[in-house]
Design a binder for this molecule. Structure first.
Ligand code: NAD
Length: 269
């Protein structure tokens, strides 16, 4: 039985970093709830992923889009409006992981992770809010969801550069949420904070623990994370996508500037 408050029919969504992992699962979940979705990614692989969804009847399209490029953002937002007739939901999901111990990080590495994970949040909110605000080309307000991490809330070894980018994403979301609400834009902004999720980025985190000397092997790193997690398992992409669906939907219409952990209890301890 469908729940009408999770119904995204008539809604248009843009999801970044949608060729794989959490982004791909999010496109699927939003489209299954009735949204028309523009899935974007820097990788051309998104084209093939989207073609499969189209074959299964979902109303989705793909566009290549580097989230650090302001002009590409303008093209992505324009394309959602021209193809699907509006823009109501933006999921700023694209991101990269840069690990290593602080003493081993280079300034270039730190700048790169801040560029991809923080500048993208700024650009995504700016270009989305411009059209979603009253009088904008889409004009009906909506919901912006920014992917942060548990590493944006608590300290973890090997996470200084990445974690600070995610901490910035968390506070960027809160400040934008309050500003947009006070200015009457009708746009909610929230952040989602996954724990360790089984994706290629999740694998990268385990590999990095080993190469940084923080774990003896990938198996040891995985076991340590599972042990740290009260629910005793890694998260799945579906676990995160369902939270994003909730925040995108009218069920969350009184929720803005808030942070949502999806971490099996990791940060509750
Ligand atoms: P992933 O590496 O599996 O997928 C990320 C996608 O983003 C890829 O398809 C990649 O091509 C794309 N991307 C990278 N740089 C881009 C750019 N400049 N422009 C556009 N697209 C770009 O990662 P994931 O695990 O699905 O993570 C998604 C989000 O969730 C990220 O923001 C990540 O930081 C966050 N997150 C992940 C985990 C985890 O354990 N996997 C935990 C907490 C937070």
């Amino acid at each position: 039985m469908s729940n009408p408050i999770y119904d995204l029919n008539q809604k248009v969504a843009l999801v970044t970093g949608a060729a794989a992992g959490i982004g791909a699962a999010t496109v699927e979940v939003l489209a299954q709830a009735g949204a028309k979705v523009l899935a974007t990614d820097i990788s051309e692989q998104g084209e093939a992923v989207v073609a499969q969804w189209q074959q299964s009847g979902l109303d989705v399209a793909f566009m290549q889009h580097d989230v650090t490029d302001a002009q590409a953002w303008q093209r992505a937002v324009d394309s959602a409006i021209s193809q699907f007739g509006g823009l109501d939901i933006v999921v700023n999901n694209a991101g990269i992981f840069v690990g290593g111990k602080l003493l081993d990080n280079s300034l270039e590495q730190v700048r790169r992770v801040l560029q991809v994970n923080v500048e993208s949040i700024f650009l995504g909110m700016k270009y989305a809010a411009e059209v979603m605000q009253p009088g904008g080309a889409a004009g009906n307000g909506g919901s912006i969801i920014n992917l942060s991490s548990v590493a944006g809330i608590i300290g973890l070894p090997g996470h200084t550069a990445y974690g600070s980018s995610k901490g910035a994403a968390r506070l960027y979301s809160k400040h934008a949420a309050v500003e947009f609400a006070r200015l009457g834009y009708g746009i909610r902004v929230n952040s989602v904070h996954p724990g360790l999720i089984a994706t290629s980025m999740g694998d990268q985190v385990f590999e990095d623990f080993v190469s940084s000397g923080l774990a003896g092997s990938i198996e040891e790193a995985k076991a340590a994370v599972q042990q740290m997690t009260p629910l005793g398992r890694l998260g799945s992409v579906a676990d995160v996508a369902q939270m994003i669906l909730f925040l995108a939907s009218d069920a969350a219409s009184y929720i803005t500037g808030a942070e949502f952990v999806v971490d099996g209890g990791l940060t509750a301890q």
